[in-house]
Design a binder for this molecule. Structure first.
Ligand code: HEC
Ligand code: HEC
Ligand code: HEC
Ligand code: HEC
Length: 430
C-alpha cells in the first residue's frame, strides 16, 4: 500500500471514494477532547458560518496517526431525558464509534440513559466509562501513545467528587512517560487545591459554560486546567510534547469545526438514519401543546386571502412562504426541533401537527406574526387578530439568524406586504 502524504487536507485514494486522512506532521502526538455535545448532532444550517457537525469533526482527528492520538469525549451527550434525547444518545454513541473515539466518559445523566437503553453493553470499539462508581469498573481508561521518544501512557479518570477521590492511588505515578488527566464534575477551589497538592495530575478538565473551549490556568502553570466547550463547535487538541524534558508537556489548542472541513459520508448517512428514527417515532404528532386563549384557533394563511388579497400575494413571494419546503429539501420536515420555527403554531392546540392533517399551517404564515385569525374572520375584520403574536426575534435568534441583529430594517424591508409605508417594526410594538 502506498504511503500517506504529509499534508493536512483530504486527498482521495485512487479509484476509491472514501477519503484518506493525511497527516499534518508525522511526529505529532495529541490528545483530542470534546464534551457537552448536548444533542448538537449537526448545526441547523439556518444561517451561514455555523460551527459544528459530527460529520465534519473526524477530519480534525485524522490529522494525527491513530497510534499517536487519543480521542475522548468528556460527557453530557444530550440535554435531557425526552424521547428525542434518547434517540440522539444512541446516534451520538454510534457516531463516536465511526469517528474512532477511544473513550467516552458518561455524565450521571448519560449513565442513566445508557443503562436504560442498554448502551453500556453495546458492542462499541471504545469504552463508555463513568464517574458513577461501580466497584469492579474503576472510572478510568488508559492508552499508550507513540511519540518521538517512545511510548507514553495516557490515563484519564472521571472524578465526580474530588473529596472522595484518591488521586494518588488511581494515578499511581506521574512524570516521565505519563500523562494523567482528570475529568471533573466540579472545579471549585477546594477540588483544584486537592488536585494541586496530589501533584500527579497533568491536565484537569472542568465543566464548560461557554461554547468555545478555554484554558483556565495561566500559561506554563501545572496542572493545565481547561474546558472543552459546548455543542461540538470546537475540538480541543492537547499536543503532547515529549521531547523537551523528562516530563511530557501539554499544549492547548481549540480547533473550530467549520464548513471548510469535508463531510464524512458515513456520518451524513447516520444523520439520515437519525431523521428516519425521528419520523418513525412520531415525535411531531406527540409534541405537547398549550391551549389558545378564548377559544381562538389557527385557520391558515389561505383563509386571509379573500379579504387581504394584496397582502397575501406579497407574502407568497417572500422567503417565509416557503419555509416548510426548505425543511423538506434538507430532509428534516419530521423533526420538531426544526419544524417549530418553520410552520404556524406548532406548540398550540389547533396549530401545526403534520403535513397531512394540517397542510394549511405549513410555512411561516400570517398568523405567526399577527396571531390566530378565527375570531377576526368571524367578526368580518372588526375584531383585530389577537395574541399570541410572535416577534421577529422569536425566530431570528442569534443561533438561527446570525445576521439579524444589527440588520433589522433590512430584514423588515424584505418582508413588506403592507400598503402603508411606515408601520411599526413588529406587530406587537404597535
Ligand atoms: C372576512 C374578511 C377578512 C378576512 C378573511 C381576514 N381579514 Fe383581516 N381584516 C379585515 C378587515 C375588514 C380589517 C379592517 C380593515 C382594514 O384595516 O383593512 C382587517 C384588518 C386586519 C389587520 C390589521 C388589524 C389592525 O390591527 O389594524 C390585520 C393584521 C389582519 N386583518 C390580518 C388578517 C389575517 C392574518 C387574516 C387571516 C388569518 C385575516 N386578516 C383575515 C377583514 C378580513
Ligand atoms: C415563526 C418564526 C419566524 C418569525 C416570527 C419571523 N421569521 Fe423571518 N424567517 C423565518 C424562517 C424559518 C425563515 C427562512 C425561510 C426559508 O428561506 O425557508 C425566515 C426568513 C426571513 C427572511 C429572508 C432572509 C433572507 O435573507 O432571504 C427575512 C427577510 C425575514 N425572515 C424577516 C423577518 C422579519 C422582519 C420578521 C418579524 C417581522 C420575521 N422574519 C419573523 C422564521 C420566522
Ligand atoms: C428558533 C427558530 C428556528 C429553529 C428552531 C430552526 N430554524 Fe431554520 N431558520 C430560522 C430562521 C429565522 C431562518 C432564516 C435565517 C436568516 O435568513 O437570517 C431559518 C432558515 C433556515 C434554512 C434556510 C437557510 C438558507 O440558506 O436560506 C434552513 C435550511 C433551515 N433554517 C433549516 C433548519 C433546520 C434543519 C432546523 C432544525 C435542526 C431549523 N432550521 C430550526 C429559524 C429556525
Ligand atoms: C413575519 C411576520 C409577518 C407575516 C408572516 C405576515 N405579516 Fe402582516 N405584517 C407584519 C408586520 C411587521 C406588519 C407591519 C406592522 C403592523 O402593521 O403590525 C404587517 C402588516 C400587515 C397588515 C397591515 C396592517 C395595518 O395596520 O395596516 C396586514 C393587513 C397584514 N400584515 C396581513 C398579513 C397577511 C394576510 C399575512 C399572510 C398572508 C401576513 N400579514 C403575514 C408581519 C407579518
Amino acid at each position: 500500500m502506498c504511503l500517506l502524504i504529509c499534508i493536512c487536507g483530504i486527498i482521495f485514494y485512487p479509484q476509491n471514494i472514501r477519503a484518506y486522512a493525511i497527516i499534518s506532521d508525522v511526529n505529532e502526538t495529541a490528545i483530542f477532547l470534546t464534551g457537552n455535545e448536548l444533542g448538537a448532532i449537526q448545526p441547523c444550517g439556518c444561517s451561514g458560518g455555523q460551527l459544528g457537525g459530527l460529520d465534519r469533526r473526524g477530519r480534525i482527528f485524522e490529522c494525527v496517526l491513530p497510534e499517536r492520538r487519543m480521542i475522548i469525549d468528556t460527557g453530557s451527550l444530550v440535554e435531557g431525558l425526552a424521547e428525542q434525547d434518547l434517540i440522539k444518545f444512541n446516534i451520538i454513541l454510534t457516531a463516536y464509534d465511526l469517528i474512532g473515539y477511544d473513550a467516552v466518559r458518561l455524565s450521571h445523566q448519560d449513565f442513566e440513559i445508557a443503562e436504560m437503553l442498554g448502551s453500556m453493553q453495546a458492542d462499541y470499539l471504545f469504552k463508555p466509562f463513568t464517574a458513577v462508581a461501580e466497584s469492579q469498573k474503576p472510572p478510568f481508561v488508559t492508552k499508550d501513545l507513540v511519540t518521538e521518544n517512545g511510548l507514553i501512557r495516557v490515563m484519564v479518570a472521571a472524578v465526580s467528587d474530588a473529596r472522595e477521590f484518591d488521586f494518588n492511588s488511581v494515578f499511581s505515578c506521574s512524570g516521565k512517560g505519563k500523562v494523567n488527566i482528570a475529568i471533573m464534575d466540579n472545579c471549585d477551589p477546594n477540588a483544584i487545591s486537592r488536585i494541586r497538592s496530589a501533584k500527579v495530575v497533568d491536565c484537569v478538565i472542568c465543566p464548560s459554560e461557554a461554547d468555545e473551549p478555554v484554558q483556565i490556568s495561566d500559561k506554563g502553570d501545572k496542572p493545565l486546567i481547561i474546558t472543552t466547550g459546548r455543542l461540538g463547535k470546537y475540538v480541543v487538541k492537547l499536543n503532547v510534547l515529549a521531547g523537551t524534558c523528562d516530563h511530557p508537556d501539554l499544549r492547548f489548542n481549540a480547533i473550530a469545526v467549520d464548513e471548510t472541513l469535508k463531510q464524512d459520508e458515513a456520518l451524513v448517512s447516520l444523520y439520515r438514519v437519525y431523521q428516519q428514527l425521528v419520523k418513525d417515532t412520531g415525535l411531531l404528532g406527540n409534541y405537547p401543546k398549550f391551549s389558545l386563549p378564548q377559544g381562538l384557533e389557527y385557520v391558515g394563511s389561505r383563509s386571509c386571502r379573500m379579504c387581504h388579497g394584496y397582502e397575501y400575494d406579497k407574502w407568497s413571494t417572500k422567503a417565509h412562504a416557503h419555509a416548510y419546503n426548505t425543511l423538506v429539501d434538507a430532509g428534516v420536515e419530521y423533526d420538531p426541533e426544526c419544524v417549530i420555527c418553520h410552520v404556524v403554531g406548532m406548540e398550540y392546540e389547533s396549530g401545526y401537527v403534520n403535513e397531512t392533517s394540517t397542510p394549511h399551517l405549513k410555512d411561516v404564515g400570517c398568523e405567526n406574526c399577527h396571531g390566530p385569525g378565527s375570531e377576526h374572520i368571524k367578526s368580518g375584520g372588526t375584531k383585530p387578530p389577537a395574541d399570541p403574536k410572535m416577534t421577529c426575534l422569536h425566530c431570528h435568534t442569534p443561533d438561527h439568524s446570525a445576521e439579524y441583529l444589527g440588520n433589522e430594517s433590512e430584514y423588515r424591508k424584505k418582508i413588506i406586504h403592507w400598503r402603508e409605508p411606515d408601520l411599526a417594526d413588529d406587530v406587537k410594538k404597535k
